[in-house]
Design a protein around this ligand. Structure first.
Ligand code: SF4
Ligand code: SF4
Length: 346
């Protein structure tokens, strides 16, 4: 696959050309943070950020998504028939994703795109998208991606990985989709991948925050489930759900029907295992009725159930969003270490 040099003077013109072939999303400043949004012609992604506040998972898994429409008007031939809502799955590109978020796509894919079941909305959006990463040279103090099977120059999940070289970008095409993307922007100057190794080593050396995950697979589920540390771990949690909403690898959703007059719409909306309503049965019984049970579920899913089910590491890419944004400083790094080192008494 090719390595391309993009002079920053050519970037804006090339980016405008890309709009002829793609709908484009990229990071944009929003108040005191950055988030991904659709970019119109003339708008460039703003790369002056460490990482976005919300992950770019919304680009393929919107926070609220219309999936079905129906009518209860019996004068219409199609009354009470559920019809899939029209969607635009024309080619689009997400430009400027950090490598942790690229890797998260592959973890989520294991859930939404399996041999037995394919989530049609996620899979179609994923397949229509070209993912263009931007390597990290200035990671946050709370990033721990190098110990979650990822890293600031990780190529996993991307079609192109760009690196900022000062006056230019070096762009490595990693897939055919990536080659097409660079060609569509008219970026064709041969680049040199050799300096990337040194930049990668320098970026990795800046990541001092780490987790230990090597013993998680060997633990028995019930030992960890019954471990004595969950009450302490969850004590301060206020069940706000910030951790799960900000996380690139959290994929839980709820389905809601809305009826206005005779016209109905079915949405799927992000949901959170940290909410008591998430597991409330219509009988009134709630199998995860306490916050200790909910906090345990979040960490057991990410650090034990996923590890055992897929044998591909933890369901966390070390982006540090939940660490930075939890209002009561609950920290997955210390809980992961506690789980990894736990030995049951006796
Ligand atoms: S669990 Fe926290 S650190 Fe891990 S991927 Fe999710 S938000 Fe990032
Ligand atoms: S962000 Fe913190 S307080 Fe809020 S639900 Fe998550 S762990 Fe609990």
């Amino acid at each position: 696959m090719k390595t391309i040099k993009i002079d920053k003077q050519e970037w804006a013109d090339g980016f405008d050309k890309l709009h002829e072939s793609y709908r484009i999303m990229g990071p944009a400043k929003e108040g005191d943070c950055h988030n991904f949004k659709s970019l119109g012609k003339g708008e460039l992604p703003d790369f002056d950020f460490q990482n976005t506040k919300l992950s770019p998972k919304s680009t393929v898994f919107p926070q609220s998504e219309l999936i079905i429409e129906f009518t209860t008007d019996e004068s219409k031939d199609d009354h009470h028939i559920m019809k899939e809502a029209a969607k635009d799955y024309s080619p689009r590109a997400v430009v400027g994703m950090r490598p942790c978020d690229g890797k998260s796509l592959l973890l989520v894919k294991q859930n939404f795109d399996t041999p037995d079941y394919k989530d049609p909305y996620w899979v179609r959006a994923y397949e229509a998208t070209t993912f263009v990463g931007l390597a990290c040279d200035d990671p946050c103090a709370t990033c721990f991606c190098t110990t979650t099977g990822c890293g600031p120059y990780s190529e996993a999940g991307f079609d192109v990985l760009m690196s900022d070289m000062g006056d230019s970008f070096t762009a490595k095409a990693l897939t055919e989709k990536g080659e097409k993307f660079l060609a569509a922007g008219g970026f064709a100057a041969e680049g040199d991948a050799a300096p990337l190794a040194e930049k990668k080593a320098a970026a990795e050396a800046k990541i001092v925050s780490k987790v230990e995950t090597d013993k998680l697979a060997d633990k028995t589920i019930l030992d960890l489930y019954n471990a004595p540390f969950w009450d302490d771990a969850s004590f301060a949690c206020i069940n706000c759900g910030t951790c799960t909403f900000a996380c690139p690898t959290c994929w839980c959703f709820d389905i809601q029907d809305e009826l206005k007059g005779t016209e109905g719409k079915r949405f799927r909306n992000w949901d959170s295992c940290m909410s008591p309503l998430f597991t409330l049965h219509t009988t009134g019984h709630n199998p995860r009725g306490t916050k200790t049970q909910r906090v345990r579920q979040r960490f057991m899913h990410k650090l034990k159930y996923f590890v055992d089910k897929y044998d591909s590491g933890v369901m966390c890419v070390g982006c540090g969003r939940c660490v930075r944004q939890c209002p009561v400083n609950i920290d997955i790094r210390s809980i992961c270490d506690e789980m990894n080192s736990y030995v049951p008494a006796g």
